[in-house]
Design a protein around this ligand. Structure first.
Ligand code: BDR
Ligand code: CA
Length: 368
């Protein structure tokens, strides 16, 4: 299995990233670090511990709390309208943590040690929250960029050339970002950290970016929710989940569905952003969930994988971005000549297979 370190900020969709990282047979979850983002660091840490308890992994997986805010900016937390007050609202079934976070070493040091202990060219680092911990990791341990096999980030919004997420309009112009008209949340809350990752050429060539353009193709529709609730064989439709875990997962999805409907007018179901970054770590293995790396419209006949140069706009404050049109936190992607090393930004994936894998991981968690 692929050794994976998950850096996250749970978070409704992070919950599914943890579930997948913990139960996919092609993944060996090294451990988890938490970061500021969907809520304060204390809350995201507590949520990670509760999720591990809910999926019976609290004895196997350690949680290391990382940075509580960007190194150069004040903390920004997701609006409570998206993930609720706790960062993980919507269910009473989330258990109290049955393990404690490890605060004896810093999350960045713990990450470095775990990754350094893996065979060179085998491990993946997956980031599904603000990019402060991972940014700091490669500043303190630059040699890790050549040591790891891959790095995936759920973050960014590309827009042009992609199938942009449908998030409504601002002043008549389609918005591509979910937090500001231009910026996606994980990149926006620490744009300097994000920029430092994409500016590192060794790392960029190993990076898979999972932007909103992609995640908004993967909506947890009522059918998806029903499969998670009752299991793949349907079961008796009692209105109650086959197990408490399934009931809890669907309550979380329903809350997330409600916030996406109210905040963005997305009625089909919420995008399940973060587990797609975990799925990327399966690239090249027998468990690969195919991602499509070419534009079916312009690349007729040419299926060489696309690579991009990614820049992050760091000028401006959140206030500028929200009220004065600044593009702070925007990810700008430039398509490179075929064969040039750069960031991989998939344009699509095998969505049915992705949901099947989520269901299989849920089943394994159920049986644990
Ligand atoms: C990202 O921000 C958070 O709200 C989600 O957990 C996801 O990681 C989407 O922009
Ligand atoms: Ca997240």
């Amino acid at each position: 299995p692929v050794p994976v370190w998950l850096d996250c900020d749970p978070g409704h969709d992070d919950t599914f990233a943890i579930l997948m990282a913990a139960y996919h047979p092609g993944i060996r979850l090294l451990n988890i670090s938490t970061v500021h983002g969907n809520a304060s660091l204390d809350k995201t840490t507590n949520n990670a511990l509760s999720i591990l308890t809910a999926i019976s992994k609290h004895k196997d997986v350690t949680v290391y709390p990382g940075h509580a805010h960007a190194l150069q900016r004040a903390p920004i937390h997701a609006p409570t309208e998206i993930h609720g007050e706790s960062g993980l609202d919507g269910t009473d079934l989330l258990p109290k943590p049955q393990s404690a976070a490890d605060r004896s070493v810093s999350a960045v040091d713990a990450m470095a040690k775990a990754l350094q202990a893996t065979e060179p060219g085998t491990a993946w680092l997956v980031a599904t929250g603000g990019l402060t911990n991972v940014g700091d990791l490669f500043i303190k341990y630059p040699e890790l960029a050549s040591h790891i096999k891959g790095f995936s980030i759920m973050g960014g919004a590309i827009g042009e050339g992609f199938t942009p997420a449908v998030l409504g309009k601002v002043d008549g112009v389609e918005r591509i970002g979910n937090y500001t008209p231009w910026a996606e949340f994980n990149v926006l809350i620490d744009p300097e950290a994000a920029a430092s990752l994409f500016e590192n050429p060794v790392l960029a060539a190993k990076t898979t970016l999972i932007p909103l353009d992609l995640t908004h193709l993967v909506l947890a529709t009522p059918e998806v929710q029903e499969t998670i609730l009752y299991g793949p064989n349907g079961g008796e439709k009692t209105g109650r989940g086959k197990t408490d875990l399934r009931q809890m997962l669907v309550e979380l999805l329903m809350f997330f569905a409600g916030t996406y409907r109210d905040a963005f007018g997305i009625v089909e179901g919420p995008p399940l952003h973060d587990p797609l970054a975990v799925a990327a770590a399966l690239t090249g293995t027998q468990y690969e969930i195919p991602f499509y790396d070419f534009d079916p419209k312009t690349a007729a006949g040419d299926r060489r994988p696309e690579r991009f140069e990614v820049k992050v706009i760091t000028e401006g404050s959140l206030d500028d971005a929200l009220h004065r049109g600044a593009q702070t936190g925007r990810t700008v992607a430039k398509l490179l000549e075929p064969g040039q090393p750069g960031v991989r930004i998939p344009r699509g994936l095998d969505i049915a297979l992705f949901w099947k894998v989520i269901e299989e991981c849920t089943q394994r968690a159920d049986e644990a």
